[in-house]
Write a protein that binds this ligand. Structure first.
Ligand SMILES: *Cc1c(COP(=O)(O)O)cnc(C)c1O
Length: 424
């Protein structure tokens, strides 16, 4: 049997319809911008392999750090024990997170980082003896992961439909756009003034999975301000927006009012392996300082703070801080903006937008903008035939490259997008 036949026999892939005849692409190795396939193709990864990769594939510095760590301390229980990679990474993250962040809690991925954040917020009120604050506010269309807590605060659409009876109650507010600002603020006021809201969770400035929907920092600032005036804990899910994606280290760096809890993952290890981080303020942590065992935060995973993942993250962090990388982030942001200017007036383009290194365009189609828009089935193969990996969200095409991409390579992606627009 071939590898692909064996794949078909034995593997259930994520976010993939189980239909006969679908063949996955077999990747043999990856280096820099490119995936090398078993049939000899070289595919340009223009979406950073689901938004995780920062410095290109199989980066030698990260690979070296991983190999070295694996030979010295591969893993150890993180309750009662600690290790240098976890401490060093925590210090590094705190050095670039806003000043109000004081502690790093490790978990396994983006979903668990959000689970930890929600539990941390709920128990904060529990430990304080407040039994009223049980509500959560989130944005319509949000995505915070695929575990139950994360699904509960996310979009109630086709993806969560089978689980809707099992998701906890959440108050959703529309994402702010020009025209509905007063309405959203009014609704937010009403919700938080009840003194029943434990937390407000949001993807700052960009709702990624919703289709790279962008909104103004000034607006989020207003919401956080109102939340803080009413003692509501603000959770910034920067799982996607962290580590330079929006042009600054964190999307929250565009805000004046700082969130209380941050969730990080995806680019944290440079996209090498899974690791999640939830950081919190000293005030939140204070609610847990007690000799009463009931006030302990009883949450942890077997692989919490895995030393190899921490070592990969430290290597990725050092690469991110290099001047070359920071310049590249500026360059990519510039190129993306130029391309947006160029194609924004195209008759097939409904909307185009850029924030930092993130570019997105919404195609005009017969049906509404959504993930299940049929045009997706044409777009994905169109780009793959040109050896470019783009994975449109319905009729939304986005370009999200690793920071090592060269102008020439990005132009190749832009040409393919233009060719696609002409072909419609
Ligand atoms: C991807 C993503 C998550 C989930 O992260 P996983 O590591 O896939 O569990 C959560 N929040 C946001 C904003 C994301 O983009």
């Amino acid at each position: 049997m071939s590898w692909l036949e064996r794949d078909n026999e034995s593997i259930w892939h994520p976010f993939t319809q189980l239909v006969d005849g679908f063949e996955h692409i077999m990747v043999e190795r990856a280096e820099g911008m490119y995936l090398h396939t078993s049939d000899g193709r070289r595919i340009l990864d223009a979406i950073s392999s689901w938004w995780v990769n920062l410095h290109g594939h199989s980066h030698p510095k990260i690979a070296e750090a991983v190999a070295k760590q694996a030979q010295n301390l591969e893993h150890v229980i993180f309750a009662g024990f600690t290790h240098a990679p976890a401490i060093e990474l925590a210090e590094k993250l705190l050095s670039i997170l806003p000043d109000n962040q004081s502690k790093i809690f490790y978990s396994d991925n983006g979903s668990t980082a959000n689970e930890v954040a929600l539990k941390m917020a709920f128990q904060y009120w529990y430990n304080r003896g407040n039994e009223e604050r049980k509500k959560v506010i989130a944005f319509e269309g949000a995505y915070h992961g695929d575990t139950f807590g994360a699904m509960s605060v996310g979009d109630r659409g086709p993806f969560s439909a089978p689980f809707s009876p099992f998701l906890f109650d959440v108050d959703f507010i529309p994402m702010p756009v020009k025209g509905n600002e007063d309405e959203v603020i009014q609704k937010f006021y009403q919700l938080v003034e009840s003194d029943q809201v434990a937390a407000f969770i949001f993807e700052p400035l960009v709702l990624g999975s919703a289709g790279m929907k962008m909104y103004d920092a000034s607006f989020l600032d207003k919401l956080i301000n109102i939340a803080h005036d009413n003692d509501v804990i603000c959770i910034a899910d920067e799982v996607f927006t962290g580590f330079g994606r929006t042009g600054k280290h964190f999307a929250s760096d565009y805000l004046e009012n700082k969130p209380d809890i941050f969730c990080l993952s995806k680019g944290l290890t440079g996209g090498t392996m899974a690791l999640g981080v939830t950081s919190s303020t000293a005030d939140i942590m204070e609610a847990y300082k007690s000799t009463d065992i009931m006030k302990t935060f009883f949450h942890g995973h077997s692989f919490t703070a895995n030393p190899i993942a921490c070592a990969a993250s430290i290597a990725s962090f050092e690469l991110l801080m290099e001047e070359d990388t920071q310049n590249q982030i500026t360059n990519i942001s510039h190129w993306q903006s130029e391309f947006k200017e160029k194609i924004s007036k195209h008759p097939k383009v409904l909307n185009s937008r850029v924030l930092g290194t993130i570019f997105a365009l919404e195609l005009k189609t017969e049906s509404d903008t959504s993930y299940v828009n049929e045009v997706r089935h044409k777009l994905y193969p169109f780009f793959l035939e040109r050896n470019i990996l783009l994975r449109p969200l319905g009729n939304i095409i986005y370009i999200l490259p690793p920071y090592i991409i060269k102008k020439k390579e990005l132009e190749q992606v832009y040409s393919a997008v233009e060719e696609m627009l002409e072909s419609l």
